[in-house]
Design a binder for this molecule. Structure first.
Ligand SMILES: C[S@@+](CC[C@H](N)C(=O)[O-])C[C@H]1O[C@@H](n2cnc3c(N)ncnc32)[C@H](O)[C@@H]1O
Length: 238
């Protein structure tokens, strides 16, 4: 009996999926659920040591490490709320969070016109291949929006960036500050940056926080109470 009550409470408290309200096709919702489940299953076998700087690249070559689903829903809502149309993603892996962002950008373009793009970045060729496979399962709604730049983002993001509305930092922490510094000159005033795991990986984020919190940096930041911390940063230079 108690178990049933807990299940009912859990169902009532679970947050609604904003993609459903936006009429995202059911085959994409099913795919996303499947990819999140596969990612969580892989992650349950990993330890902190697997993410050490000297081994992270080799250990994560075949791992999703997808942004958790509730965080993806938040990112989706934020892109919709800010009408962001030009998005950069640092760390694409198998392209799960990319799907959410492309859906949100596509919805913004439908609602207010104009063109949109999500620049995805991945340096592992096999992961890039898998990501493309999942995106084509979604269809044109996704593939028309995403431009995948393969290789080290410190090179691939150096050129051909429009004004950036939104940046997702979901990458190994030594890459965070170099990415932010690379994209910053292209950010619009009011650009939003989301960075994952800022509580759990606080030591790795130290240099980014110093940069963001420096006097007159133009940034303001807030740690959101998602699992392991999710940072919301806004860039409004004076
Ligand atoms: C946490 S995963 C990204 C997960 C993805 N955002 C999602 O939700 O599905 C981080 C990815 O960044 C990639 N990466 C790490 N360093 C990179 C670099 N210098 N350039 C491009 N990609 C990089 C890794 O190969 C890894 O796949």
């Amino acid at each position: 009996m108690l178990e049933i009550i807990f299940i009912i409470i859990k169902i009532k408290m679970s947050s609604p999926n904003p993609l459903i309200g936006d009429n995202v096709p059911s085959h994409i919702l099913t795919l996303l659920d499947r990819l999140h489940a596969a990612s969580l299953k892989q992650e349950s076998t990993l330890t902190r040591a697997d993410f050490a700087e000297d081994v992270v690249h080799s250990n994560m070559k075949d791992k999703f490490i997808a942004l958790e689903q509730d965080k993806c829903h938040f990112v989706y809502q934020l892109i919709r709320a800010t009408n962001a149309k030009f998005v950069v993603e640092a760390g694409t892996s198998f392209g799960v969070s990319t799907i959410y962002m492309a859906l949100a950008v596509a919805a913004n373009c439908r609602a207010t016109g104009g063109k949109g793009k999500v620049i995805a970045t991945e340096h592992e060729p096999e992961k890039a291949k898998e990501a493309r496979k999942y995106w084509s399962e979604c269809g044109d709604i996704i593939t028309n929006i995403i431009e995948l730049r393969e290789g080290d983002l410190r090179e691939t993001l150096k050129e051909e960036l429009d004004t950036v509305d939104f940046l997702l930092l979901d990458i190994w922490t030594p890459m965070i500050l170099p990415t932010l510094k690379l994209v910053q000159p292209k950010m619009k005033s009011g650009a939003v940056i989301i960075a994952d795991n800022t509580i759990n990986s606080a030591a790795g984020y130290k240099d980014m926080f110093e940069h963001v919190r420096a006097p007159d940096s133009g940034f303001t930041n807030l740690t959101l109470p998602y699992h392991n911390g999710l940072e919301m940063i806004v860039y409004s230079p004076k």
